[in-house]
Ligand binder design. Structure first.
Ligand code: 4AD
Length: 464
């Protein structure tokens, strides 16, 4: 087989060498007997030139190259040269390729939008507007309709490297802490979280659901003596909420563990985990973060672990004059954001835990506080004032669990084996569920969860 080189590896050391590249055509300009192409592989770019000289390059070949459509895939051969001055706008600016061979491998049809238009930074767009110029911008819906193209922009390439990094760092830390990975079923008989957000389907003539979380199964793994488990897998929610932070399918990073004395043991793991994720992103993925910030400017989030009780959070909101907070209700998005801003001002952190939530707003499996059952051994975690994690100590007594499930209107028959799993000796345990897309969105200060989902599923979108 022929050996291809990578665009990102092209540098001055290769001047004079013959190379072969398979890449996209990022841009083409034909000028009489010459043609200039920008070749792109992911985010690396290099200029390629053709000059008709009747020896290696004919006029016909220059014409053929000039007519290649943008985003086509080509094989290009030639010699690496040092340009007279650096090639502006190319990542490999110190070299160019003098082409003697070019072949289209796959031709792109007319694009619905230019990749460069979709990759404009907000600053560029604002600057153009202030000059009274109209700059080509593309709406989010059009970009999502053509997500396979939209994903080619540098910022999107970087966002999904960061997403992959968060999963890697999640696994790294938990494996180090004695957790093991599990894979639980997604086709299940009943709702795992209760409520209305369940996708129902038929399973060989039986009623079934798509798992709303691995909740019941990660707990049964604890009952099966696995002690500490985690899972990375899809979570399905038939959400009615069409918002900046809800998807109908997202990636859940879940873990569950035995505890000995207190749910604070789970909070200790959460804080270690996020210290590892924040540090790992900053130190190992700085390049990707800076590419994202070129299109979507953001400040790096500050990680200083902080735990507040729910009543303390309510008190902070009330003292700040925030209207209508229910001390035994849940916080809405606006209240969460306000509290996030107050916490940032007072404690200087973008990451904090709010624990001891009112029992009435938590799922049926949540352990009530032993000193006051109006509250529960549960917690949410926030980045920049928006929820990324929810978790709790779970009820491990089967009778208490049955009573809570009934009180929450759950059909016991659909979760009978889950409840039974606690009848054969079950240790106290707790855990958490983390929304991957939310972590990336909030770490990078992005405004919409669709930006961090590869092919988002929301109440109005099932394609592509
Ligand atoms: O708050 P949720 O629903 O909690 C659970 O699933 C529990 N079983 C977790 C546990 O271990 N007790 O979901 C957990 C996290 C949320 O904090 C949020 O980050 C994310 O999942 N999430 C969503 N992300 C995108 N779209 C949605 N519709 C989401 N719903 C929850």
């Amino acid at each position: 087989t022929k050996s291809f080189v990578r665009v990102e590896d092209l540098n001055e050391a290769l001047v004079g060498q013959k190379v072969l590249i398979r890449s996209r055509v990022h841009n083409v300009r034909g000028k009489g007997s010459s043609a200039f192409l920008v070749l792109r592989q992911r985010t690396a770019t290099v200029q390629a030139t053709l000059f008709a000289d009747d020896e290696t390059v004919s006029k016909g070949m220059v014409k053929y190259a000039s007519q290649i459509t943008r985003e086509s895939i080509v094989d290009v051969g030639g010699v690496i040269c040092a340009p007279l001055k650096p090639i502006e706008g190319c990542s490999q600016s110190q070299v160019e390729l003098k082409v003697d061979y070019i072949r289209v491998v796959s031709r792109a049809v007319i694009l619905p939008f230019e990749i460069t238009d979709a990759a404009r930074s907000e600053d560029e767009i604002k600057a153009a507007e202030s000059r009274g110029e109209k700059m080509a911008t593309v709406s989010q819906d059009i970009r999502l309709d053509n997500r396979f193209l939209d994903l080619r922009t540098p910022a999107n390439q970087a966002i999904f490297k960061v997403q992959s990094a968060v999963c890697q760092l999640f696994k790294e830390l938990l494996l180090n802490q004695g957790f093991q990975e599990i894979h639980s079923p997604k086709l299940i008989a009943g709702a795992s979280e209760g409520g209305a957000s369940v996708f129902k389907l038929e399973y060989k003539g039986m009623p079934a659901c798509l798992a709303q979380s691995p909740q019941l199964y990660k707990q049964m793994a604890i009952c099966a003596d696995m002690e500490r488990v985690f899972e990375v897998g899809p979570v399905f929610r038939a959400e009615d909420s069409y918002t900046h932070r809800h998807l109908c399918e997202f990636m859940g990073l879940d873990f569950e563990m035995q505890i000995y004395e207190h749910y604070f043991e789970v909070l200790d793991v959460i804080e270690k985990l996020f210290e590892h994720i924040f540090n790992g992103l900053a130190t190992r993925f700085g390049k990707e973060l800076s590419v994202i910030s070129q299109q979507y400017p953001f400040e790096m989030p500050v990680f200083k672990p902080l735990r507040l009780t729910f009543p303390e959070g309510i008190a902070m909101l009330q003292e700040s004059g925030y209207p209508d907070v229910d001390p035994l209700g849940d916080l809405n998005t606006a209240a969460e954001r306000r509290l996030g801003a107050l916490v940032k001002e007072k404690y200087g952190t973008d990451f904090y835990v709010l624990h001891r939530y009112p029992a009435a707003v938590r799922p049926f499996y949540t352990m009530p506080c032993s000193d006051d059952p109006q509250y529960s051994n549960s917690y949410d975690v926030f980045i920049r004032g928006e929820e990324i994690i929810s978790g709790a100590q779970r009820i491990h007594d089967p009778d208490m669990l049955t009573e809570r499930a009934l009180a929450c209107g759950i059909e016991i028959d659909t979760i009978r084996s889950y409840i039974d799993s606690f009848r054969f000796g079950a240790p106290p345990h707790g855990g958490a569920g983390i929304g991957l897309e939310r972590v990336v969105m909030l770490y990078c200060g992005l405004d919409n969860i669709r930006k961090t989902s590869l092919f988002p599923r929301d109440p109005k979108r099932l394609t592509p």
